[in-house]
Design a protein around this ligand. Sequence first.
Ligand code: ZN
Length: 180
Amino acid sequence: MILEVLHFPDPHLREVAEPVSKDEVTDGLRQLAADMAETMYDEPGIGLAATQVGVAKRLIVMDVDWSEEDRNPRVLLNPEIVETEGRVISEQEGCLSVPDYKADVERHQRVRVRARTLEWEEVEFDATGLEAFCFQHEIDHLDGTLFIDRISRLKRDLYVRRRKKQLRLEREANTSKSPF
Ligand code: ZN
């Protein structure tokens, strides 16, 4: 099932997600993970955090190099960055929850991620480049942080103003419709 992705400035995007406990790994949670993957491919995107679909649980799905023929979603519970190295610019980063906007963001070049799988197996691995940026971006979501929080205030204010204007125009277009 395709889920609705929340858009800035939805307040749910600011919630800090709770860890998933072992007894919460039920068919319901597995279905949520499958629905999140389906939603990610449909948008289309390369990563999605549960926060973005209004579920305040530490669960992410990612697939940074998928194609129509090759889909391999990685589902991780309670992902955390345990080691970092280097600072580089993630160029023209975007977010499914921040419509019509891209910006350069400073990120770690390499991260070491520790997480649990749906089978409750503990995994730990290194990621670099786009994959590393994606982990940082998705784990930020679980902490209620958006990539626009990591750019200059000037750039963020410009985006927020543009977004508010866009929402106002959408509202006006809706209310001007005939009630019949
Ligand atoms: Zn995002």
